[in-house]
Design a protein. Structure first.
Length: 152
């Protein structure tokens, strides 16, 4: 009986090792398979929605929290008889201030108007532009009855 079991186990071990050897040899020497090349024609047809989702916003007549009816705001629009005329300001840049070290009131401002540089004192008018006030940081000018501050 012991010999039968030994022979049976020997056959089983030979089968297992044979199967392992077959897998190794088949992996090392694969056979070429004929692959079919299929021609796929794929078309992209997106679904275009035919209907457009529209909505409208209606004014609220009743307050949803308090339940009160909303009053209409009636504001009167005042129209002035003389519309404001838009003034085309010339190109003005403030370059700086020059003053004597011993004088407090003697200040001269360097102002560029339409790419021309001028030395101006307070109250002086050049090309219809009047220098009203000035400091080291900015000047105030007047052109056609309109005032404007020009920073450094």
């Amino acid at each position: 009986m012991a010999k039968k079991k030994t022979y049976l186990l020997l056959v089983l071990v030979i089968c297992i090792w044979g199967f392992i050897a077959y897998k190794i040899f088949s992996t090392l020497n694969p056979t070429e398979q004929n692959m079919e090349i299929s021609d796929f024609t794929v078309e992209f047809n997106p679904n275009n929605p035919q209907t457009v989702d529209t909505f409208s916003i209606n004014p609220v007549q009743r307050d949803p929290f308090l339940g009160t009816i909303k009053k209409k705001n009636t504001t009167s629009v005042k129209t002035s008889s003389a519309e404001k005329v838009k003034i085309e300001w010339p190109l003005i840049t403030y370059q700086g201030m020059v003053k004597k070290s011993d004088s407090k009131n003697e200040r001269v401002f360097v102002v560029t108007i339409n790419n021309k540089q001028y030395l101006m004192k307070l109250g002086q008018t050049v090309e219809e532009i009047s220098l009203q006030d000035g400091s080291a940081e900015e000047i105030q000018i007047r052109y056609k009855n309109r005032s404007k501050k020009v920073p450094l």
